[in-house]
Design a protein around this ligand. Structure first.
Ligand SMILES: [Zn+2]
Length: 437
């Protein structure tokens, strides 16, 4: 129906494109790829009816290859971008691939929260304009986090650029891991960076089911429950995004205890990875089996690590970039040490909603202040932070908070953002006003 000469329409919600390319890869039938390419080209030519949120809502405002940033409904935009990368890679369309890389760059620089969350509008679940990133109205749908990982993973495969793996990590630890309840039976639909009231203003529909945004606790169900299967799918396929291979060697992108079982230039290359990351910053990689000729192991030096060290069999290693090439022997041991000291982050001056605030990160984790950790007489909105006091103590991060009205100081813990609301209802904020003397 939608083929060449058929209905000149696209789906209102992109998503079929990634599926069609996957079907082409599985079956080898070219018509599936051609149809995906046709849908990508047709999008942005105004074939969908105009709705109240404008043509950008379904990315029908501009052809994919002409756009320089993601806009409109965040999940739609990210699924479309992921599918368009697939089309670009399979058809060798470098112009399209370049456009998507530019869109990724601009979106990450100007339209992405510190957590990796995307989409600041509640009304249309959409990206705001550049630097419209209010923490207390951050939507950051869980599915947009999953879709962002899909887009970044495809660009990582296409380009090898470790920045894509950095964003995948940030999104895994701060969106995917935040959404999911520890019992595996509840989730956040939206992932706000600032919950003002402990109970959360949980809006229920006529059936008593929680509507999408605004929940202060993970809920068993929402009126739209697109996120749980997306979470399940992402967690089930996590092993597939730890590493990649080229004809030269293996590239490790995400650090987790695992066995990497690869074939490099026709020979088995098997590595054991052990770590308690992100609690600790030491990652040990032991060679189990290696090609008989020189092969490379490339590690990711995360954007947040200020002092990354690497040793080989106990001696400091000086890799070219983060790549070590040699004839590996079973038992060779690489040890990567990442810098997990907490870091204070100040926002871009163009993000008006968080001017004068700071955030704290530790490794891939964004930290948060939760009201349950403040003195009972303090309201979260009156707590400010002395950034110079941020320090790590026994693996936890603490800092001095100052009560804005009384001037009273207290040492308080800053918890991983993904742990918020796990000890009951709480007010919470990621961006904390800096204390003034
Ligand atoms: Zn969802």
């Amino acid at each position: 129906m939608f083929g060449p000469g058929g209905l000149n329409r696209v789906c209102g919600h992109a998503g079929i494109e990634v599926a069609l390319v996957e079907l082409f890869r599985t079956t080898g039938e070219r018509r599936y790829l051609d149809q995906a390419a046709l849908f990508v080209e047709r999008r942005g030519t105004g074939t969908l009816p105009l709705i109240e949120f404008g043509r950008a809502f379904a990315q029908d405002d501009l052809p994919v290859r002409k756009a320089d940033v993601l806009r409109g409904h965040a999940v739609r935009a990210l699924y479309l971008a992921a599918g368009a990368v697939d089309v670009a890679v399979e058809t060798g369309d470098l112009e399209l691939l370049d456009a998507l890389r530019t869109q990724w760059d601009n979106t990450v620089e100007r339209r992405t929260y510190i957590t990796g969350g995307m989409g600041s509008h509640h009304m249309d679940e959409a990206f705001g304009e550049d630097f419209v990133l209010p923490p207390d109205r951050s939507y950051c749908e869980t599915c947009a986090g999953v879709a962002s990982i899909m887009f970044s993973w495809r660009l990582l495969l296409a380009t090898g650029d470790p920045r894509h793996a950095d964003l995948i990590e940030r999104t895994l630890y701060n969106i995917v891991a935040t959404s999911l309840g520890e019992d595996g039976r509840s989730f956040f639909y939206a992932n706000t960076l600032h919950q003002r009231h402990p109970s959360g203003d949980v809006p229920l529909n006529d059936d008593g089911v929680c509507i999408r945004g605004g929940a202060g606790r993970r809920q068993a169900w929402y009126e739209v429950s697109c996120c749980p299967p997306n979470l399940a799918r992402t967690l089930a396929s996590l092993g597939g995004c730890l590493a990649t291979t080229t004809s030269d060697g293996i590239q490790i992108h995400q650090y987790a205890s695992s066995t990497l079982d690869a074939v490099v230039a026709g020979e088995p290359f098997e590595l054991d990875v052990t770590t308690d990351y992100p609690h600790g910053g030491v990652v040990t990689i032991t060679v189990r089996q290696a090609p008989a000729r020189p092969a490379s192991i490339t590690l990711r030096d995360p954007e947040w690590s200020q002092d990354t060290r690497l040793s080989l069999n106990g001696a400091p290693a000086e890799p070219a970039g983060m790549t070590l090439t040699r004839t590996w022997q079973p038992g060779d041991r690489l040890e990567l040490t990442l810098d997990l000291r907490p870091r204070v982050v100040r926002p871009d001056h163009r993000v008006d909603a968080i001017r004068g605030c700071v955030a704290v990160r530790r490794g891939p984790e964004v930290l948060a202040m939760e009201s349950i950790d403040l003195p009972p007489s303090w309201a979260l909105e009156d707590a400010t932070l002395l950034p110079d006091t941020v320090t790590a103590e026994h693996g936890s991060v603490v800092a001095t908070a100052r009560h804005h009205r009384s001037g009273e100081d207290r040492t308080v813990p800053l918890i991983p953002y993904r742990s918020w609301a796990r000890r009951g209802s709480s007010a919470m904020r990621v961006w904390i006003p800096e204390a003034r003397d």
